[in-house]
Ligand binder design. Structure first.
Ligand SMILES: Nc1ncnc2c1ncn2[C@@H]1O[C@H](COP(=O)(O)OP(=O)(O)OP(=O)(O)O)[C@@H](O)[C@H]1O
Length: 627
């Protein structure tokens, strides 16, 4: 059943021109009003809308809701995506205007970036094998990568760095050489995406204007999570443009550890755009007891109960983690079997979430759920896609070379992985795709030759047509998987990993196909979508077992908030006021996921990995709630 909008919600949805800021508490309908406003703008023929989100999950949810309410043709008038995916689109389509090559590919693995920086520094005397500094080389290279990333986040180019600080001369040259080598490989790292988009908008303001002519309205969801880099990109995009809406909740700002700060929404946006402001404080999600508890955590947050329902909030102490996990699994079984008087309809596994501050707190739960045959999912993972088996790693590296024949990093990776010993007279520059296809039996060690030839067949299929990805995977399945299993454990383990890798790539391609039209698919676009996490599939069946960060934006009838001990929640590293404030926000987010019932659980003792049993204190948040 869809409830009518309140007067304030309705006013926001009907707002058309001019900047708009909606600060609103949990469950107050932020996602709902943003979605309904976008639908209204599109349906009233107000041209295109750009909706920026912070996660692929949020983008998918908003897209799904919008798709249900507007016709297929109008859907083309909306871009819903993360800031990174929008900026990548800008870089790919307009990057040539600031001298970037076409067809760039995201290179997001740490190992790949290390290869590049290693090559850049290989000429420097201090990285010579004989130099005393050589010992700490890896650490030094990693620290260079970290500094490069930090400067890019601040939009500081090597030239600006050199101008402002002459002492940084040597590092600035390494930074510049790194950028040049990335460009020669037609590669982008994650920081480059926003860095180049910012350069495009600021160096070519006409381009920024062309985007704001195209998208007449811009909406930013979860704006409390903006960081300086993202805010500056949005600011640079919106020159002479003010049809921008920001929606967020400062009390749910939980990404401070990567530079997010709700001040960009509550202070900078107000100063720069002077928006019309709305506040929503009614919580349509949670029962009274849950809202009262949340108020004890964040007294200042707008969060007022609407439902007359009391709900249930209970603190449960256990001897140790296993007992805690067993109780939760049994409680879930009981709730599913008997339901709860606090929830009108039958309870399904999908109505229940188990939330922990970090992944390790959740370890025991998986075992107990599996033991009682309780289905569960682990939410929307932002895990990087990476093959585990050597043959599929080789196949994957080859994709990069098909996309960009000048990609030396992945060519060398293939030589290493396949233990290929090329002839001495091999060229070290030029077209690596030709070189790759020329590698033959005499250069590949015997045990790898069958695999390597099969992988070459799969590449050839893709070279015929890049849309043949499924067929290429079929070739790998037919050639690398044998039904004639012998009893060698290593062999079986490898077969298992290859099959898992192939399944993973099949799932990614399937999702990519559902997002793109046949005839318009390409390997480089596919790879970039994979890197952005857009092809991740997520399973929502069963009980959701989530970290607090993964639970953001979601709601469940029953929530178990587990591992509520000092040191775990709040995290033991949170020492400063800011960090502790962010822990309160984390607690606020976790609690407000619950609609009717919330159990806060903790063990009195914890087994340490070195075998000792350690006494634990209950979280200070329990004391705050249990007053
Ligand atoms: N006017 C309303 N009347 C009744 N229910 C409403 C109303 N507006 C929103 N809701 C419901 O309240 C719940 C929370 O809405 P929504 O998810 O949009 O909130 P939110 O502000 O984005 O939450 P959060 O910030 O905690 O993720 C949803 O189930 C939604 O359908």
């Amino acid at each position: 059943m869809v409830f009518p909008l309140t007067n304030t919600q309705d006013e926001i949805v009907k707002h058309i021109d001019g900047p708009l800021l909606v600060t609103a508490g949990p469950g107050s309908g932020k996602t709902r009003i943003l979605t309904e406003r976008v639908i209204k703008l599109i349906n009233s023929g107000k041209k295109r809308v750009l909706a920026l989100t912070f996660s692929n999950r949020a983008a998918e949810e908003i897209s799904n809701r919008i798709e249900e309410s507007i016709d297929e043709r109008s859907q083309e008038n909306i871009f819903v995506g993360t800031i990174h995916s929008f900026c990548l689109d800008v870089v790919m389509n307009r990057g040539h205007l600031i001298g970037l090559p076409n067809g760039m590919v995201i290179l997001n693995s740490e190992e790949d970036k290390l290869e590049i920086i290693k090559k850049v520094t290989s000429e420097l005397p201090e990285f010579n094998n004989n130099s005393p500094k050589y010992e700490g080389k890896m650490d030094q290279l990693k620290s260079y990568l970290k500094s490069i990333s930090n400067y890019k986040k601040q939009f500081i180019t090597p030239e600006i760095l050199l101008d402002s600080n002459e002492d940084q001369g040597e590092f600035a040259r390494i930074y510049e050489a790194y950028n040049n080598m990335m460009l020669a490989q037609r590669a982008l790292d994650f920081d480059d995406i926003l860095f180049y988009a910012y350069r495009i908008f600021t160096e070519r303001p006409k381009i920024a204007r062309s985007y704001t002519r195209l998208y007449k309205y811009i909406c930013v969801d979860e704006a409390q999570d903006l960081n300086a880099t993202q805010y500056k990109v949005i600011r640079a995009l919106c020159v002479d443009f003010n049809n921008i809406m920001m929606v967020g909740d400062p009390a749910q700002s939980i990404y401070g550890f990567i530079g997010s700060n709700s001040d960009y929404m509550t202070k900078h946006f107000i100063k720069d755009f002077n928006p019309k402001e709305y506040k929503l404080s009614e919580n349509f999600r949670s029962a009274k007891k849950i809202i009262e508890a949340a108020k004890n955590i964040r007294i200042d947050a707008g969060n007022n109960a609407v439902y007359p329902l009391e709900g249930e909030l209970k603190v449960c102490e256990f001897k140790e983690e296993e007992e805690e996990a067993t109780w939760i699994a049994n409680k879930i079984r009981c709730l599913i079997k008997n339901g709860s008087p606090l929830v009108e309809e039958d309870l399904r596994y999908e109505d229940i979430a188990i939330i922990g501050r970090n992944r390790y707190v959740l370890t025991n739960i998986f075992e107990q759920l599996a033991e009682l045959d309780i289905p569960f999912n682990q939410g929307f993972s932002s895990r990087r896609i990476e093959s585990e088996s050597i043959p599929i790693k080789i196949f994957e590296a080859g994709l990069q070379i098909i996309i960009n024949p000048y990609d030396e990093v992945h060519f060398n990776q293939i030589l290493n992985l396949a233990q290929i010993h090329p002839n001495d007279n091999i060229q070290t520059e030029g077209n690596f795709l030709d070189l790759l296809l020329e590698l033959n039996g005499s250069q590949v060690s015997n045990e790898n030759i069958t695999h390597f030839n099969s992988i070459k067949k799969a590449w050839s299929k893709l070279l015929d047509n890049e849309e043949n990805f499924s067929k290429a995977l079929d070739i790998l399945t037919d050639n690398l998987i044998t039904t004639d299993h012998n009893s060698f454990e290593d062999f079986e383990n490898e077969q298992y990993m290859i099959l898992k890798d192939l399944d993973m790539w099949r799932a990614q391609w399937k999702k990519y196909c559902s997002q793109t039209i046949s005839g318009q698919r390409s390997l480089s676009h596919f790879r970039n979508q994979v890197s952005l996490g857009k092809t991740q599939t997520h399973n929502t069946r069963g009980v959701s077992v989530l970290t607090v960060h993964m639970s953001k934006g979601l709601e469940y009838n029953v929530v178990f908030l587990i591992g509520m001990n000092e040191g775990t929640f709040p995290d033991y590293r949170a020492k400063s006021n800011n960090a502790l404030n962010e822990e309160s926000n984390n607690m606020f987010v976790a609690l407000t996921r619950a609609k009717r019932i919330c159990y806060l659980t903790y063990p009195r003792y914890k087994y340490m990995p070195w075998g000792e049993m350690k006494l634990q204190r209950p979280s200070r948040f329990i004391n705050l709630i249990d007053q």
